[in-house]
Design a protein around this ligand. Structure first.
Ligand code: SAM
Length: 241
């Protein structure tokens, strides 16, 4: 029966692929992937040979109608990204919306996700968190985005590229203050590392670090909210006076 399968792939450790994921990929008629070369390598290692179609941000206007046409022909389509879950800081969101609109089943399954791996090992509050993905690469925009998050009493989870980590943490320190943080690096891989401390402590040691990274930052505390409210009240009083 026609359906779109959202299939998570490993974020490093190749053993993190479930029997269900393997079976779904083996039973799919077509696999849509972010990058056919990268996924081609993964699938070859898994000894799965299937027709691959590219589906990414820049070709989705053309690839979505193609995938809908396959579903119309009663095909099973699996979507994968380079690593972890499709749709999570990866392509697929619009596709899923259009597949739902056309009333085809959308099926998801469990698997690896860098944000959750980092969050649970961070030592920070896990009961409520906000996954943000990538902040903007420009400092001015990044600071505005951080301003919007500043008052939220939820642990914040970001993805970041290694060459931007120092700049991102410097902006974080300026906007959010010296909160607790965990920089999770190379998750599930041989050199997995968790660097925990205050933003300023981690900033001191992060220059030149390589590999894939997730940044988990403590949410706003009641005291922060109180002092921000007081600041705002004082500002209003000044303006009125
Ligand atoms: N779809 C993926 C997921 O479900 O986690 C995320 C894809 S996003 C394009 C890639 C970013 O995820 C990397 O830049 C890094 O921030 C994070 N990431 C992916 N794999 C990671 C790993 N093994 N260790 C740490 N961070 C990782």
């Amino acid at each position: 029966q026609a359906a779109l399968y959202l299939v998570p792939t490993p974020i490093g450790n190749m053993q993190e692929i479930s029997p269900r994921v393997l079976e779904t990929l083996k039973n799919a008629d077509v696999i849509a992937c972010e990058d056919t070369r990268n996924s081609g390598i993964l699938l070859k290692n898994l000894e799965i040979k299937k027709p691959l179609i590219a589906h990414h941000e820049f070709n989705q206007d053309a690839s979505i109608p193609g995938i809908l046409a396959l579903l119309e022909q009663n095909k099973k389509v699996a979507i994968i990204s380079d690593a972890g879950y499709p749709l999570i800081s990866d392509p697929g969101n619009r596709l899923v919306q259009e597949v739902i609109e056309q009333d085809y089943p959308v099926i998801s399954m469990s698997g690896a996700n860098a944000a959750l791996n980092a969050l649970v090992a961070s030592g920070l509050e896990t009961s409520r968190y906000l996954f943000y993905g990538f902040l903007d690469s420009k400092s001015s925009k990044r600071k505005k985005q951080l301003e919007e998050l500043k008052m939220l009493p939820y642990t914040l989870v970001f993805y970041e590229a290694p060459h931007r980590i120092s700049d991102m943490l410097a902006d974080g320190l300026e906007v959010l203050g010296n909160r607790k943080i965990c920089l999770a690096r190379e998750l599930t891989k041989k050199h997995e590392e968790f660097i925990r401390g205050s933003i300023s402590e981690v900033l001191e040691v992060c220059e030149g670090l390589k590999g894939e990274m997730v940044v988990v930052i403590e949410g706003a505390k009641k005291e922060d909210l109180k002092s921000s409210m007081e600041e705002a009240m004082n500002l209003m009083k000044e303006q009125i006076a």
